[in-house]
Design a protein around this ligand. Structure first.
Ligand code: AMP
Length: 448
């Protein structure tokens, strides 16, 4: 299948050719004809599948073909809603590339930067607006945005939109557009709330599902290192002694955690940058650029900040913390091994994260090979007692093996400085002490 066979107009074909898109990806093959036919769409697909072009290319084509030759102000005819600024900017970048040889204009409306330039761009007129819900609502209230002429709306990463608490804004924004519009709805996961939202706004949609989340992980080499929390940083620095790990995305649970990892890597003379919601838009863009141009070897990110970031040729993902939502693991490791390339995902699992590891393995339907030969093996085999409680219940066999004080553990004699691949010994939980059963699992806070 070629883009030409999908009836893409010559001006867009030329732009795709410049982007080196030789053939459509599966989601593009399925979505482009449906969108060109004016259908609503429900796409279950994640970043990395080519979903941006799957909706953006036919939108540019439809709007171009409906463009009137003569005057009249340019009106917003397509609105694309994205949960994060980075994703919005990336979509805008892609649309600029795809529409390079057309008369379509697009602009991004995102928070975290001055509003002035966005107001000016809107005054000059844009056919396509790519926006995060918060800033868009501000500009709507200030009457800088009129959505009454929108013909096609896209909700991208709807599950994240929900996670981030944008669902009410989204519903309000949807209500400001004509009822006759075409709606394209994308979500990486389809929990019941998302299905419900989709059901309430889509009309007889074409459904497309690309690589169910659990199968994405197949082409990626995965391994897990069980390690005490206090030694994770040392293990990271140890693994990064391998110079072949030249472009590594590290995920942390919290923004502070991300900053801490960057600081400690600097001490270990590893160039790293952090990207998370506490950073200004400029700082995030700088971090991303320094990672893309190779100045920073490591990019440390929280989940939401990393979502949608378009980084080519990323060969390593390291989970400094395992996520409590197993699908998040699959999204994270899906950042590597894109477009058929192979990738490596390494996870650090501390004692409290063992249940998360189990959940992930259940989702992906296989054990993640454990690398046991490393200098910082997990010593904590039981949750430390709460303050004021007796340690252990008396029986010697129940007594926890006390870990050495944090930060004091000496590395074991090293068997080589290269990180182990998944050829290491397989996890054998029967030989491990069983963790105490967990009654309640803390939910991680969603970070923006
Ligand atoms: P996305 O899922 O939209 O974030 O796209 C993932 C990456 O694949 C981006 O770097 C796109 O530029 C690239 N891409 C999208 N479609 C194609 C295609 N048909 N051929 C080659 N690369 C593509």
């Amino acid at each position: 299948m070629t883009f030409k066979e999908l009836n893409i107009a010559p001006a867009i074909l030329k732009a795709l050719d410049q982007e080196n898109y030789t053939a459509p990806t599966p989601i593009q093959e399925q979505a482009i004809p449906a969108v060109l036919a004016g259908k609503d769409l429900l796409g279950c697909a994640q970043t990395g599948t080519g979903k941006t072009a799957a909706f953006a290319v036919p939108i540019v084509q439809l709007l171009s073909s409906r463009q009137t030759a003569g005057g009249g102000p340019r009106r917003i005819r397509s609105l694309i809603l994205s949960p994060t600024r980075e994703l919005a900017l990336q979509i805008a970048e892609n649309i600029e590339a795809y529409s390079r040889f057309t008369r379509i204009r697009c602009t991004a409306i995102v928070g975290g930067v001055s509003q002035r330039a966005q107001e000016r761009a809107l005054q000059q007129g844009a056919d396509i607006v790519i926006a995060t819900p918060g800033r868009l609502m501000d500009l709507i209230h200030q009457k800088h945005v009129d959505l009454k002429h929108v013909e096609i709306v896209v909700l991208d990463e709807a599950d994240r939109m929900l996670d981030m608490g944008f669902v009410h804004d989204v519903k309000r924004i949807m209500a400001m557009m004509p009822g006759s519009k075409q709606t394209l709805f994308f979500s990486a996961t389809m929990p019941p709330e998302i299905s419900k939202l989709a059901g309430s706004i889509l009309k007889d949609p074409v459904r497309i599902e690309i690589t169910p989340v659990s199968s994405t992980a197949e082409r990626i080499t995965q391994s897990v290192y069980k390690v005490d929390k206090a030694n994770k940083q040392k293990l990271l620095a140890h693994l990064l002694q391998d110079p072949s790990m030249d472009s590594v995305l590290v995920f942390t649970r919290t923004k502070h955690g991300a900053d801490r990892v960057v600081r400690d890597l600097a001490k270990a003379k590893v160039t790293a940058a952090a990207i998370h919601g506490n950073k200004s838009q400029n700082a995030r863009q700088n971090a991303l650029s320094s990672f893309k141009n190779g100045t920073a070897r490591v990019l440390v990110a929280t989940d939401i900040a990393a979502r949608g970031i378009d980084i080519d040729e990323l060969s390593y993902v390291i989970n400094f913390n395992l996520p409590n939502i197993p699908e998040t693991y699959v999204h994270r490791i899906g950042r590597t091994g894109r477009a058929g390339m192979s990738g490596t995902a390494i996870s650090f699992c501390e004692f409290d994260e063992l249940p998360y590891l189990k959940d992930v393995e259940k989702l992906i339907g296989k054990r993640i090979p454990e690398v046991k030969e490393h200098p910082y093996p997990m010593l904590q085999l039981q949750t430390p007692p709460l303050q004021g409680q007796p340690s252990g219940s008396g029986s010697a066999s129940n007594k926890p093996r006390q870990p050495k004080p944090q930060g004091q553990q000496k590395p074991r004699a090293q068997s080589g400085s290269r990180p182990q691949s998944n050829t290491g010994s397989q996890s054998n939980s029967s030989s491990q002490s069983k963790p105490r059963p967990y009654s309640a699992r803390p939910r991680q806070k969603v970070e923006r």
